[in-house]
Design a protein around this ligand. Structure first.
Ligand code: ADP
Ligand code: ZN
Length: 755
């Protein structure tokens, strides 16, 4: 038997190795192995098991280079772990990903598994367990104490040694003495770490679906039960906030479990709140559909992540809920994939492989002939376009459950708030009054500002000096409590100056308020109110997020102030007012998605208001009250926003009317950078790319973020309708271009971040 191996070193080649006969029974596609390579030993994955190593022909459908085939194959040295870590289906998904997102196979495979799972040997937590041996003969000559201890072990069957010692206040010595009789054994066993072990979960049962929900679920279930999956399209579940999308997910998952299948639920990292997880856990905590729910997100310790992952692999947990990378979870068979908040940008990974988990979900569903449901209150332009085009099936929920009204959205024109003497206030009169009113009635308030720190810019009014990061082309942000100027791109920081570093004049001006500044002002305006700020500066420990939300849920906080962290997945019935302090921050970003983002943001933040009995109110502060994104969001009018926006996307050939690939070339040496960028452009204009039509190429031009972490950056933007073909060509280019020393370039397919 021969195994075709993808090594962990970046070669983008597969190598054949001999499988020693004694390993044949335990090896499978996806197994992780140690192999000899030149003079070293390296790790890799089995991508295929074959009988003969043929004269290597290139694997035509993939981007693989022809496999190297030495005369005599070397044997595999070792199989790591008991079970292959990657299922054949997930492996195929990785190969697709490498081809589409222009990365090497190794990089694609590596991203499938958490680091700790890849380094198998260190993963398990071991603990000493004491076990009663019923078959062993009764021991003689035990002391009274030993008899007592033995009786307890017999009653328990098996328990951790530490528990035994603690519960009986006995010594390890006593237990060891009993062990010598053979009546008990002590062995080191794997224990599972459960990140939710101390959370009490109350079981819930399925709700009766309302007249909008029921037909949606019916269609999903029909697709799940269909024998002909060639007709199955992805579903786009477009339901306003609070319309009961999650209930549909839960019932679709229940249906999968009934059929003996599992499910993957993707949720953006910041929506993966304890609240969200508990909703899933509690539904499947008891009853005939009882299943463990595994949770995968970045706040788990490495050990917890390792154990959750193995629970899935062994089939102990059939439901996986997690952020981006959970799309690779080895659930088998897979009955349904849910992508909640499908429009979220965090589904895109901003480092190689630069995949979008939503799109990978659609491909995985297609490859595994299963059903995928993309849900959102504000679908991405891409997904809605696909629905309009008939590629996706649109399901709609237009009302909140139980006739709860959509919140009233008021727009405050900040231009009319400017006072000659005081300049621009942070809070409009209207917002201040509304906060006061809600506090008087003991309601809760959420305030949103997507900007950390105290002030985004430090400027000297005398000489015009602006504090900029020496490594990046952005201004430094003033953090008052820490008395630092920080760069939010590279993390560079310096002591905040008291005088202008250039002209030494003492009056320095700060502009562009961030959350820290808002918190300070709020405290002055409402000294009685209990205010908490939530942004990445205030969250230090992994429990902080949960603790703040719990406190808010219990009514121990009156005003919760924060960045986008507070916009998602929160359900607090006592929140009646939501304020968006500066809608212009997202609206005026130099990005073709700025309008879309602003619409989504206002709608999502507004969705936090009035989820209980009291009506919700939303106040949006802006200097551009006429902006379509703001007006459509005010009227909860997604369809017309879409119609408006798609027109301009078509005119400008932006997604979804076209597809994008972004090449970023960077170097510390600007001249070398320019030359390389020009050279790449010439290659793109060359013959090899002629077959791709249409193809529009812009650039090279300096990137919006011209400098980052000391590197100058250039962009080349490509637009086409034929992305797979373009990806292939770009990958070839990527492999063949010899960049001069100190210059590097990356390819981003379907980029989200164009800066
Ligand atoms: P979404 O996911 O669309 O924001 P949720 O699923 O969170 O909406 O539903 C909002 C609230 O309505 C939740 O408290 C949920 O328990 C409740 N709910 C959902 N469907 C029903 C139903 N059919 N009957 C009663 N309550 C429901
Ligand atoms: Zn910087």
């Amino acid at each position: 038997m021969i195994a075709r191996i993808a090594t962990e070193i970046s070669l983008n080649k597969l190598f054949d190795y001999e499988v020693p006969p004694e390993m044949e029974a335990s090896i499978s596609v996806g197994s992780r192995v140690k192999v000899p390579f030149k003079t070293r030993e390296i790790l890799g994955y089995v991508t295929e098991l074959i009988e003969h190593s043929p004269e290597m022909s290139a694997e035509s459908s993939l981007l693989l280079q022809p496999t190297e085939c030495p005369q005599k194959l070397k044997p595999i040295l070792e199989i790591i772990g008991e079970q292959s870590l990657i299922t054949p289906k997930v492996k195929d998904l990785a190969l697709w990903m490498a081809a589409y997102y222009c990365c090497t196979i190794e990089v694609a495979l590596r991203s499938l598994l958490p680091e700790v799972v890849r380094r198998e040997q260190e993963g398990w937590k071991k603990q000493l367990f004491v076990r009663y041996n019923a078959e062993a003969p009764e021991p003689e000559k035990l002391t009274l104490r030993q008899q007592e201890v033995l009786a307890f072990i017999q009653q328990q069957g098996e328990l951790p040694l530490t528990d035994l010692i603690e519960q009986l206040s006995c010594t390890a010595e006593v237990v060891r003495k009993i062990e010598r009789t053979g009546k008990i054994s002590i062995a080191s066993l794997k224990v599972l770490r459960d990140p939710y072990s101390n959370v009490r979960i109350l079981p819930t049962t399925a709700l009766n679906l309302n007249e909008e929900q029921a037909p949606c679920l019916k269609q999903i279930i029909q697709a799940m039960d269909s024998s002909d999956h060639s007709q199955t399209k992805p579903f786009l579940l477009f339901g306003v906030t609070g319309s009961g999308k999650t209930e549909i997910y839960l019932q679709a998952i229940a249906h999968a479990l009934e059929k003996g299948q599992g499910a993957i639920v993707l949720v953006p990292e910041i929506s993966l709140t304890p609240q969200t997880v508990e909703r899933f856990k509690s539904r499947f905590a008891e009853g005939p559909l009882r299943s463990q729910v595994a949770v995968l997100h970045s706040h788990l310790s490495a050990g917890e992540r390792h154990d959750e992952w193995h629970k899935i692999r062994r089939g102990d947990a059939r439901i996986v809920i997690g952020a981006r990378s959970a799309i690779f979870a080895p659930v088998e068979p897979l009955g349904v994939i849910i992508v909640d908040e499908e429009h979220e940008h965090s589904y895109k990974q901003e480092e190689s492989p630069r995949y979008n988990a939503r799109d990978v979900a659609v491909v995985r569903a297609q490859m595994e002939k299963t059903v995928v449901v993309l849900g959102s209150a504000t679908p991405s332009m891409e997904s809605y376009y696909n629905a309009i085009q008939g590629k996706y099936t649109l399901l709609k929920l237009s009302k909140r459950v139980d006739d709860i009204q959509m919140p009233q959205v008021a727009i405050v024109d900040m231009c009319s708030e400017i006072r000659v003497d005081r300049g621009i206030p942070l809070f409009s009169t209207r917002l201040k009054e509304a906060i006061r009113r809600q506090l008087e009635e003991s309601h809760q308030v959420i305030l949103f500002l997507n900007r950390r720190g105290y002030a985004t810019q430090l400027q000297c009014p005398d000489c015009g000096y602006v504090a900029e990061c020496p490594n990046c082309s952005v201004s430094m942000v003033y953090h008052r409590r820490a008395q630092l100027l920080k760069c939010h791109i590279c993390g560079h920081h310096v002591q905040a100056p008291y005088r202008c570093p250039d002209c030494n004049k003492p009056d320095i001006r700060y502009s562009g308020a961030g959350t820290e500044r808002i918190e300070e002002t709020l405290q002055k305006l409402f000294p009685q109110a209990r205010i908490r700020r939530m942004d990445s500066d205030t969250l230090k420990k992994k429990e902080d997020y949960r603790d703040i939300l719990t406190a808010f849920g219990l009514g121990k906080i009156d005003i919760l102030l924060g960045t986008q962290m507070i916009t998602k997945g929160l359900h607090f019935p006592r929140v009646t007012l939501v304020g968006i302090l500066n809608a212009d921050i997202s609206l005026h970003r130099p990005d073709f998605r700025a309008s879309e983002r602003t619409f989504q943001l206002i709608t999502q933040v507004a969705g936090r208001a009035g989820r209980g009995d009291d009506e919700g109110e939303v106040i949006v502060q802006t200097f551009t009250p006429w902006a379509p994104a703001i007006l459509y969001a005010k009227n909860h009018d997604y369809e017309n926003f879409y119609a408006d926006e798609i027109t301009s996307r078509k005119e400008l050939h932006y997604p979804p009317a076209s597809r994008l690939a972004l090449l970023t070339i960077k170097s510390m040496d600007e001249e070398k950078l320019q030359l390389t960028a020009q050279h790449i452009r010439q290659l793109l204009d060359g013959e090899s790319f002629q077959s791709i039509r249409p193809l529009v190429i812009n650039g090279p031009v300096p990137a919006l973020l011209e400098r980052s972490q000391g590197y100058y950056r250039y962009h080349i933007l490509l637009r086409t309708a034929k992305m797979m073909a373009l990806s292939r060509k770009l990958f070839e280019l990527f492999q063949s271009v010899k960049c001069p020393k100190g210059v590097s370039f990356t390819v981003d397919i379907d980029p989200m971040d164009l800066t």
